[in-house]
Design a protein around this ligand. Structure first.
Ligand code: HEC
Length: 127
């Protein structure tokens, strides 16, 4: 094999390996990083636990229980992130408590990746 071809083959394999190690499909590099459940657990404690409880057990009249919660395990990570961005107004027909779930849990400083990490945490406690 000509040296030039050999070099480009090595380069190609290197790229494939780098993409595989990063957990990214080479054809779809723009996708966000998958959520990090451990980072999400920390964020949950500061941003969500006031209403949903530190163990995600819920508080009557505040946030719903987020353990053993069907609406969480039925959603993909993307769908959960979407829900967390939007929240659910008290007057929303899907609202079951008459209490608002604020967009981003009421904390506009939570980035999309933060929400993704929290979504991964919620999914991890609802497997
Ligand atoms: C101010 C209180 C409050 C905060 C803060 C809050 N929530 Fe909520 N959340 C609620 C309420 C109330 C509901 C129930 C809405 C309803 O009745 O449908 C809810 C619903 C949810 C649901 C849907 C549960 C279901 O069964 O439909 C998820 C998921 C959720 N919250 C996640 C979070 C996360 C994650 C955070 C932090 C980023 C957060 N919430 C912060 C009050 C809150």
């Amino acid at each position: 094999m000509a040296e030039r071809h050999f070099k480009s083959l090595i380069c190609f394999l290197g790229c494939l390996l780098a993409a595989a190690c990063a957990g990214v499909d080479a054809s779809d590099a723009a996708r966000p990083e998958p959520g990090d459940a451990l980072a999400g657990a920390h964020l949950f404690a500061t941003a969500c636990a006031t209403c949903h409880g530190f163990a995600a057990e819920g508080f009557p009249g505040l946030g719903k229980p987020l353990r053993g919660n069907r609406s969480i395990w039925e959603k993909t990570e993307d769908q959960l992130v979407h829900f967390l961005k939007e929240g659910r107004a008290a007057e929303d027909l899907l609202n079951t408590t008459g209490v608002e779930m604020p967009p981003r849990g009421g904390d506009p400083d939570l980035s999309d990746q933060d929400l993704r990490n929290i979504a991964a945490f919620l999914r991890s406690i609802n497997e």
